[in-house]
Design a protein around this ligand. Structure first.
Ligand SMILES: Nc1nc2c(c(=O)[nH]1)N[C@H]1C(S)=C(S)[C@@H](COP(=O)(O)O)O[C@H]1N2
Ligand SMILES: [Mo]
Length: 443
């Protein structure tokens, strides 16, 4: 059932738009009806059919395949608009075994429950920052969960953010993340000098080979550029305690970053004078200084288009650090050769799609409402800007009728700086931005 919520929600969001455009039945409506009819197709195939971009950008060799139950391939893009119930996130966690699969007793033993969790904050022995204090288990000063919540009473923040794996490309889930700014915990160590970077890691089965480490410049931790939320030690997702699969009891969440910066099952923060990144993720040729990109994707191709009849298409866009000004779509005959020297489809016949407004009811949150004092929302829970950076938006378009034949559909974003996708950062190892090409037939 859950997989269908994804398309159902999107259909609801796009329905008004298509009704106004004089289209009672949308391509997605048809796709959704097909999804819902009892079908013999294995769940995997159906998920793939609804997820063209996921199909084209599979996880790289080193990125573990999403585990557990079959989930919508574009879970993070689900409607309403966007908060994804914790259980519906896709999971790309590493670890043998993955820490959230450990029995409760073992999790208690290693500090992966709220009442046993301890965070050590240390100077890096190789490049030591000068600290007044370290927070250590040995001398009983490590931060515990009650101490973190105590800091939260004065400093807690919450913000909306899409969790996207740099290597998978399509979002894993949209969350309302809540926690204490990491800087509040850094300040507890009374740092004085030689502090240029912070690195941090979580529980990894006490096996150094399994350590998955990430890092940030200290400047990003101490100050928030422009109107970004702070880097947090997160303990709540969508208003509920962060569960073990999502990295609970405590994980880091870096608002503008891809998922690998948001370390789960956090146990250690290390303050260092090292001048460069030392992320585990760099070992896989990833660009570890890459903030979220803006890109658009189609949610369901116009599978049953009829000659001469308008064609409905719709999808979502991830809104990266450069914002989103519009989504465009282009349709060309499939057999028309592409001009040479145009790898980014700049010469395709682009037309504007419509960006859909913010929802009024935010399901997955208690009462369907944003809690007060959420970053980017006013006190009534209305977004201050739309679309919002670092989250998803939905879009829809009606294409004029076409003659029978085979066509290619593409969509792209124009970010708020005027860059057309996949620019300004077109390289794969800094995150997915490629324009997808979807063939469909008009009969
Ligand atoms: N400790 C730890 N944290 C981790 C990972 C991991 O393997 N171990 N994976 C990272 C990666 S690559 C991603 S994309 C995100 C995924 O977050 P999610 O599981 O909440 O969707 O977690 C990050 N945090
Ligand atoms: Mo990832």
């Amino acid at each position: 059932m859950r997989r269908n919520d994804f398309l159902a929600e999107h259909v609801r969001l796009t329905r008004r738009f298509f009704l106004q455009a004089g289209l009672a039945t949308t391509a997605l409506g048809q796709a959704w009806a097909a999804e819902n009819s009892a079908s013999a197709a294995p769940a995997d195939d159906k998920a793939k059919a609804a997820a063209p971009s996921a199909r084209k950008s599979p996880p790289t060799a080193k990125e573990p395949e999403p585990t557990k139950r079959a989930k919508p391939e574009k879970a993070g893009a689900r409607g309403e608009p966007y908060f994804t119930p914790a259980d519906d996130f896709r999971d790309v966690s590493r670890g043998k075994p993955v820490p959230h699969s450990l029995p409760e007793e073992k999790r208690r033993e290693v500090g992966l429950t709220r009442d046993t969790w301890r965070l050590e904050v240390l100077a890096d022995p190789d490049h030591p920052a000068k600290l007044g204090d370290e927070l250590t288990k040995a001398d009983g000063t490590a931060l515990d969960f009650a101490g973190l919540l105590k800091l939260g009473e004065r400093h807690a923040v919450r913000f909306a953010k899409v969790m996207t794996c740099l290597n998978v490309g399509c979002p894993l889930g949209m969350g309302l993340w809540e926690g204490v700014p990491l800087r509040e915990v850094v300040w507890l160590t009374k740092p004085r000098e030689n502090l240029r970077r912070v690195f941090y890691y979580g529980y990894h089965n006490d096996d150094p080979k399994q350590m998955f480490r990430s890092s940030l410049p200290i400047g990003r931790v101490l100050e928030d550029p422009f109107d970004l939320p702070p880097v947090i030690l997160c303990y709540k997702l969508n208003g509920e305690w962060l569960d073990a699969e999502r990295g609970g009891p405590v994980r880091v969440v870096v608002p503008e970053a891809y998922g690998f910066k948001s370390i789960k099952w956090l146990t250690h923060v290390v303050l260092t004078n090292l001048a460069h990144a030392n992320d585990t993720y760099a070992e896989q040729n990833n660009d570890v200084d890459s903030p979220l990109k803006t890109f658009a994707a189609v949610l369901a191709p116009p599978e049953k288009a009829q000659a001469g009849k308008p064609i409905a298409v719709s999808g979502y866009a991830q809104v990266g650090i450069s914002g989103l000004s519009k989504v465009e779509v282009a349709v060309e005959p499939a057999d028309k050769p592409r001009p040479e020297g145009d790898p980014y489809f700049l010469t395709a016949p682009w037309v504007a799609a419509e960006l859909l407004p913010a929802p009024k009811n935010w399901s997955a949150l208690a009462g369907g409402k944003l809690p007060p004092q959420t970053h980017g929302f006013d006190d009534a829970g209305i977004p201050k800007t739309w679309p919002m950076r670092l989250t998803n938006a939905h879009w829809a378009a009606v294409l004029p009728g076409l003659a029978a034949g085979k066509y290619v559909l593409r969509c792209r974003t124009i970010d708020a700086q005027g860059h057309a996708q996949p620019l300004p950062r077109p390289f794969r190892k800094s995150g997915h931005a490629a324009i997808e090409s979807i063939t469909f037939t008009v009969t």
